[in-house]
Design a protein around this ligand. Structure first.
Ligand SMILES: [Ca+2]
Length: 380
């Protein structure tokens, strides 16, 4: 899992406290991909300025050197402000709690605040989609896979045979669905079934295609292809057949694939010697991508901040009380900012129960980390 900026800041504080310099050992490529590498480098610079400046009072150096105690370095005026990442109470008692369902257990946190007057923040990160959300459910069907005979173009590489057959039941979407089987005498074969689309699809209006695929784990990769009649343009998406059972798959359309698609193709590529048999169901054209979590919120006694919109797979929401809400992208890029929530939660020193909620069922496993933003400040 990608390191978060506060993990770097924790180390920087200990280094400042004991007067040691730090170095980051990584590759330029990793640094270029890391979502918050710019601010981590800026943070290292700010801490190095403090350390080399030699003006930080000894009592502050002692405070920030304490193991397990964390601060955030803030400006205007320059100061350290105490932050406490709440222990999740899970098996490893880490700070990030995995939540796969809003079941009244995984999404409920009980803890004793670090001090009276701490305010509650939260960080949320979304994993990959495990099921369709509302964008898929409301999307037009491209093919419900109820008529495999419609795939009237069929070819195989030498030494490969393949079939596309009806599966009347046990489908993931609407029954029936279609089974795509291939038998290869040697490795690296391919198979193809294709047909004309009806109606054609203007790919510029499509954010992604969603479908169900039941892998058998026997290897090769499944490919969904859209082309135009002249085969001058193609949008190819692949998923490795390295899993068994139904899986919801999303193929995101790249920005440069905006042609009018008139044909759909189902392929196997890289077939291993032997046989492969997967089942395909309910291919839909999504106008928007489904978030992993939609409209998350944290509440104490039914009151607390709500965050509009959704968090996409790989994204992380960061909220400190009184601040705008940041959605950090999965890879290096511009964050999105949401306004300061209307409601905030101020903790007392008594044990409290915090409920994490959302406006719709989770479409991805997420992780939730509660943060106490505490009044203690050390002015520089
Ligand atoms: Ca179907």
């Amino acid at each position: 899992m990608t390191a978060t900026e506060d993990q770097f800041e924790y180390i920087l504080q200990k280094s400042l406290g004991i007067g040691a310099s730090i170095s980051i050992e990584t590759s330029l490529a990793s640094l270029g991909e890391h979502p918050v590498s710019d601010r981590v480098i800026d943070m290292v610079g700010a801490y190095e300025d403090l350390r080399l400046g030699g003006t930080v009072p000894a009592e502050i150096l002692d405070a920030v050197a304490q193991p397990g105690i964390e601060y955030r370095l803030l400006t205007d005026p320059p100061r350290f402000r105490r932050v406490v990442f709440v222990r999740s109470g899970g098996p490893d008692d880490g700070e990030w709690r995995p939540v796969t369902a809003l079941d009244g257990s995984q999404n409920v946190f009980s803890f004793t605040p670090a001090a009276a007057g701490c305010m509650l923040g939260v960080q949320i990160r979304s994993g990959e989609l495990t099921g369709p959300g509302t964008a898929y459910q409301s999307a037009p069907m491209v093919d419900d896979l109820s008529n495999p005979a419609a795939y009237d173009s069929h070819s195989d590489s030498p030494g490969v045979t393949s079939q596309l057959t009806l599966e009347p039941a046990d489908c993931a979407g609407t029954s029936p669905c279609s089974r795509f089987s291939a038998q290869a005498g040697a490795a690296d074969g391919w198979s193809y079934f294709g047909r004309a689309l009806d109606p054609d699809i203007d790919l510029a209006t499509v954010a992604a295609f969603g479908l169900w695929l039941k892998g058998d784990g026997n290897g090769g990769s499944f490919k969904l292809q859209f082309t135009d009649d002249a085969w001058e343009n193609a949008f190819d998406s692949y998923v490795n057949n390295d899993f068994a059972g139904w899986r919801y798959i999303v193929f995101i359309r790249p920005p440069d694939k905006t042609f009018l698609a008139t044909r759909i193709g189902l392929y196997y590529n890289g077939l291993p010697a032997g046989s492969v048999s997967c089942v395909v169901d309910d291919i839909k054209a999504l106008a928007a991508l489904d978030p992993g979590v939609t409209g998350p919120s944290i509440q104490v006694d039914g009151q607390g901040p709500e965050f509009p919109g959704g968090i996409m797979p790989g994204e992380r929401l960061v909220y400190f009380p009184g601040c705008e809400v940041e959605i950090i992208p999965a890879r290096r890029g511009e964050s999105q900012w949401l306004p300061v929530p209307a409601q905030e939660i101020t903790l007392t020193e008594d044990p409290t129960t915090v409920t994490f909620s959302a406006a719709a069922p989770l479409a991805a496993p997420i992780e939730v980390r509660l943060v106490e933003d505490c009044p203690e400040e050390l002015f520089l």
